[in-house]
Design a protein around this ligand. Structure first.
Ligand code: SAH
Ligand code: SF4
Length: 360
C-alpha cells in the first residue's frame, strides 16, 4: 500500500504564520478550514466507541498517568465478557465502529488476547463493526496477526516528530526508541491499516516550529488519520514539574484548534479526531475541534467502574457518564453546530480509500 501523496501547498514559514494567527486572522483560518472540510468531505461526524481495555503498561512515557513508574495508579484489565458487552452496546447505539485502546504490553498472552477479542467482535457483529486498535508498539508480525483477525485501523501517535523533543518526553532507552516508533508507523502502513498518528500540543520545550514540522511530518508520511490533542500535566508523572512553564489551558486549546485547522487545509480528506482531552479542558472543546476541521469523535464505552483508573491525564470528562447518556449528549452538541452524526457506518478515511483505488 503506497503512502498517500499531497501537494506541498504550504511551506514551513507559511504554516508557522498560520499557527501564530490571532484575532481576525485566526477567525478567518477557522472559517477556511471548516469550508475546506465541508467541500472535500461533508458535515458528517463519525463515531468510534472507545473501549479502554487495560491500564497495565510496560512503558514509562514521562507524560502519562499509566506509566509503569506510577505506583499510585490502579491497574485493571477488562474481562473478555466486558469487552464484548461494550461491542454489543456499540451495536445497540448504532456506532459503526469501536476502538480498543490500552497500555502497551508485548507478551504473547496479551497479543493473542487482542487477536481473539478482535475476532470475537467481528463475529458477534457479523462483520459489521469496524475495529480500530491503539495498543502501542508491536512487532510487524503482531500487527499482521491483528490485521488478519479483522482490525483495519490503527492509531499510534508519534507524540513529537522532533527527535530531540521526543527524548525530552520519553526516557532515553531502548524501550522508548524514536526510530522504533517511526518503523512501527511504516509497518502499519505497509500492512494496509488505515494508519493514524498524531502529537500532543503544548508540551514543555515544544516550539511553534516543532508543531509546524509535526504537520509537515503527517503530510510527508501520507497518513490516513490524525489525532492531536492538548497536553494535560498529570501529577504522578515527571513532566508535572513543568506545569508552570507550559502554555495556559486556553492557549493549549487554541493552539490545538489552529493545528487542526491548518492540517485540514494541508490534508483535506483525512480523518481527524477531536481528542477527548479537548473536552477535559473546555466544555465546548469537542465541538470547537469539529468546527476547526475534525470529523471523528470517540465516545467512551468503557464500564464506568474502570474509567477512573484509565487516567492517562487527570480529570477526564464524563467518567461517570454511561455510554447511552454520552451518545445523546453528543447528538445535541453536534446538531448545535450544524453537524450530523453518521450512525451504522465505518466512516473510513476518504484519503485512504482514494489511494487504495488508485493502487488497485
Ligand atoms: N499505549 C498506547 C495507547 C494509549 S495512550 C500508546 O501510547 O500509543 C494514548 C495517547 O494518550 C498517547 O498517544 C498520548 O498522546 C496521549 N496522552 C498520554 N498522556 C497524556 C497527557 N498527559 N496529556 C494528553 N495526552 C496524553
Ligand atoms: Fe503506556 Fe501509552 Fe501511556 Fe506511554 S502513552 S505510558 S505507552 S499508555
Amino acid at each position: 500500500m503506497g503512502n498517500i501523496t499531497y501537494d506541498m501547498k504550504y511551506d514551513k514559514n507559511e504554516i508557522v504564520s498560520m499557527l501564530n494567527a490571532r484575532g481576525a486572522d485566526e477567525e478567518a483560518l477557522m472559517q477556511r478550514a471548516l469550508a475546506t472540510k465541508l467541500e472535500h468531505l461533508d458535515n458528517n461526524v463519525h463515531l468510534r466507541g472507545l473501549i479502554e481495555y487495560s491500564s497495565v503498561c510496560s512503558k514509562n512515557c514521562l507524560y502519562c498517568g499509566l506509566r509503569s513508574g506510577n505506583g499510585h495508579a490502579e491497574r485493571y484489565t477488562m474481562t473478555d465478557a466486558e469487552v464484548l458487552d461494550c461491542a454489543r452496546q456499540a451495536m445497540e447505539l448504532h456506532y459503526g465502529s469501536v476502538a480498543i485502546q490500552c497500555g502497551e504490553r508485548s507478551d504473547k498472552a496479551f497479543t493473542d488476547k487482542i487477536a481473539y477479542l478482535v475476532r470475537e467482535i467481528k463475529r458477534l457483529s457479523d462483520g459489521q463493526l469496524g475495529i480500530t486498535l491503539s495498543c502501542g508498539e508491536q512487532t510487524e508480525e503482531v500487527y499482521r496477526q491483528w490485521f488478519e483477525a479483522g482490525a483495519h485501523r490503527y492509531l499510534l501517535r508519534i507524540e513529537a516528530s522532533n527527535e530531540s523533543l521526543y527524548y525530552k518526553i520519553h526516557p532515553n532507552d531502548d524501550r522508548h526508541s524514536f526510530a522504533k516508533r517511526l518503523a512501527c508507523i511504516d509497518n502499519l502502513m505497509k500492512i494496509g491499516y488505515q494508519t493514524g498518528t498524531g502529537t500532543m500540543i503544548g508540551l514543555p520545550f515544544q516550539t511553534v516550529e516543532d508543531m509546524a514540522d509535526d504537520l509537515l511530518f503527517f503530510q510527508r508520511k501520507g497518513v490516513a488519520m490524525v489525532g492531536m490533542g492538548p497536553f494535560i500535566p498529570h501529577p504522578e508523572t515527571p513532566l508535572w514539574q513543568y506545569r508552570d512553564i507550559i502554555p495556559s489551558v486556553d492557549e493549549r486549546l487554541a493552539m490545538t484548534m489552529r493545528m487542526i485547522a491548518v492540517l485540514r487545509l494541508m490534508m483535506p480528506e483525512i480523518n481527524m479526531v477531536s481528542a477527548t482531552a479537548n473536552q477535559t479542558l473546555h466544555p465546548q472543546g469537542r465541538s470547537r475541534a469539529i468546527k476547526a476541521g475534525a470529523n471523528v469523535l470517540m465516545p467512551n464505552l468503557s464500564p464506568t467502574t474502570y474509567r477512573r483508573d484509565y487516567q492517562i491525564y487527570p480529570d477526564k470528562q464524563c467518567v461517570d457518564e454511561t455510554a447511552d447518556r454520552c451518545a445523546s449528549c453528543l447528538e445535541l452538541q453536534m446538531r448545535a453546530i450544524g453537524h450530523n452524526i453518521l450512525y451504522d457506518a465505518w466512516g473510513d478515511s476518504k484519503a485512504f480509500l482514494k489511494n487504495q483505488s488508485k493502487s488497485r
